[in-house]
Design a protein around this ligand. Structure first.
Ligand SMILES: Cc1cc2nc3c(=O)[nH]c(=O)nc-3n(C[C@H](O)[C@H](O)[C@H](O)COP(=O)(O)OP(=O)(O)OC[C@H]3O[C@@H](n4cnc5c(N)ncnc54)[C@H](O)[C@@H]3O)c2cc1C
Length: 407
């Protein structure tokens, strides 16, 4: 029997052994890691977008990470994506979070829709449109964003005030999206909106250079500053009918039948957890300032507790990854909510514990710990599966019948 050694920051827990392909893809981004980590301080200080990191990701084909191989992509599935996202987040949280938005669109019109097994006519529409979407990503380097939030609801399929009014050849979109990550970097903003008089959510790609689309407001947040998530305003922006990536009603189906889609961004924060663990280990060993604190019992106790918390968060996330499928059982979705809460709360808790254990000098810039602390704090707020929303649903789950709402 052979055993694989694991570092203290990498608990050897996985319900399904990652494929060689997944390990290979993770190894490829791990090679970029030190460069990403070095640039992260500047993106954070300037609240500027990590363009260089995206160029590096594009150079190794990762814009097509979750584009199936038959279209020319790397063919990673949801689980492989999660492991790659964690590795990117380990080095730059903002790069991982923005990469999530792009890759989530690729997964949505690929693996997720395929697993819904749509009727042939709808599947044909998806097929024709995604061929173009994927080709643009792979040949032109088009980056996709997912500005869904309007600040009106905690759910995925309500609180959508943005409208798409049918006109010759497409739609005129009118509305406003807050926290649009990649606001200045995306080539296509994939929005959710409604056609007046029809309650089915529509999912369509608004070209970033379209007339009537403007980016407004400042961007000077606590953390995840490199996401540059400004507000988008749409004033009768023409969207070609062919840019409606999913037939009407399919997005609603995704929310009801493939709700794991809403946990993609948590893996970026799992990566921030890894960053905190990596830093704390090095710092306590004296590898950063030459002064080891590894002999101090109280610091060892905090470090021990951090390992327990990190291992629990990661094990739960991996457990959910082993259950991701279409039409899940409510208990499986509840497990995913538990995982969201655990990841999004463990990240800032670990960062906080790390500061206590490492001490005052560890929070001085240019050391990255204070940035991890700020980045980590953002995760809990992210809808539609924010920590509050997940806790609210978990509070009902098993106690209140007939109120199951997955997303
Ligand atoms: C760094 C960062 C990047 C982001 N990037 C994106 C992105 O790319 N795309 C995107 O779509 N969004 C993005 N978001 C936005 C995020 O998903 C949330 O929509 C946003 O944080 C909500 O802020 P708010 O102030 O409107 O929150 P809130 O006011 O708390 O919530 C908005 C609405 O939801 C309701 N709500 C909130 N919690 C509950 C609850 N527990 N129960 C019932 N109703 C509730 C509120 O009443 C309110 O009407 C990002 C956020 C951050 C911090």
């Amino acid at each position: 029997m052979t055993t694989t050694p694991s570092s203290p920051a990498e608990p050897a827990v996985f319900p399904r052994t990652p494929s060689t392909r997944a390990r290979d893809l993770v190894a490829q981004v791990a090679e970029l890691g030190p460069t990403f980590a070095e640039r992260a301080a500047r993106y954070d200080r300037e609240a500027s977008f990590p363009y260089e990191n995206w160029e590096d990701l594009a150079a190794i084909g990762f814009l097509g990470l979750c584009i199936p191989e038959r279209y020319g992509g790397l063919g990673a599935d949801f689980t492989t994506y999660a492991l790659v996202a964690e590795e990117i987040g380990r080095h730059c949280g903002s790069t991982a979070l923005t990469f999530n938005m792009h890759t989530a669109t690729c997964l949505l019109v690929g693996q997720v829709v395929d697993e819904l097994a749509l009727p042939p006519a709808e599947a044909a529409v998806v097929e024709e449109r995604r061929q173009r979407l994927y080709a643009d990503v792979l040949t032109k380097g088009t980056i996709h964003a997912q500005p869904f939030s309007e600040g009106l609801s905690g759910r995925a399929t309500t609180g959508v005030a943005t409208t798409a009014t049918p006109v010759d050849g497409g739609y005129l979109v009118r509305g406003r999206k807050i926290f649009a990550s990649l606001s200045e970097a995306a080539g296509i903003h994939d929005i959710v909106c409604l056609v007046p008089g029809d309650d089915r959510i529509r999912f369509m790609g608004v070209p970033a250079d379209a007339d009537g689309l403007s980016i407004v407001g400042d961007w000077d947040p606590l953390g995840m500053r490199g996401t540059v998530s400004k507000t988008l305003v749409f004033e009768d922006v023409f969207v070609p009918a062919d840019n409606e990536w999913l037939p009407p009603g399919v997005f609603d189906q995704v929310a009801a039948r493939w709700p794991f889609f809403y946990m993609t961004l948590s893996f970026a924060y799992l990566g921030v957890c890894r960053a905190v663990m990596d830093f704390t280990r090095s710092y306590l060993r004296g590898e950063i300032d030459g002064s080891s604190r590894a002999g101090n019992d109280q610091k060892r106790a905090v470090w021990a507790e951090m390992q327990v918390r990190h291992a629990a968060a990661r094990a739960l996330a991996l457990q959910v990854l082993g259950r991701v499928r279409v039409d899940p059982d409510p208990d499986e979705v509840a497990l995913a909510w538990s995982s969201m809460v655990t990841t999004m709360e463990t990240a800032p808790e670990l960062a906080s514990m790390a500061i206590r254990a490492c001490g005052g000098r560890s929070i001085l810039r240019p050391l990255p710990l204070e940035r991890f602390y700020r980045d980590a704090r953002c995760g809990a707020t992210m809808l539609p599966w924010s920590v509050e929303v997940c806790l609210d649903r978990l509070g009902r789950h098993g106690l209140v019948d007939g109120e199951e709402t997955f997303a």
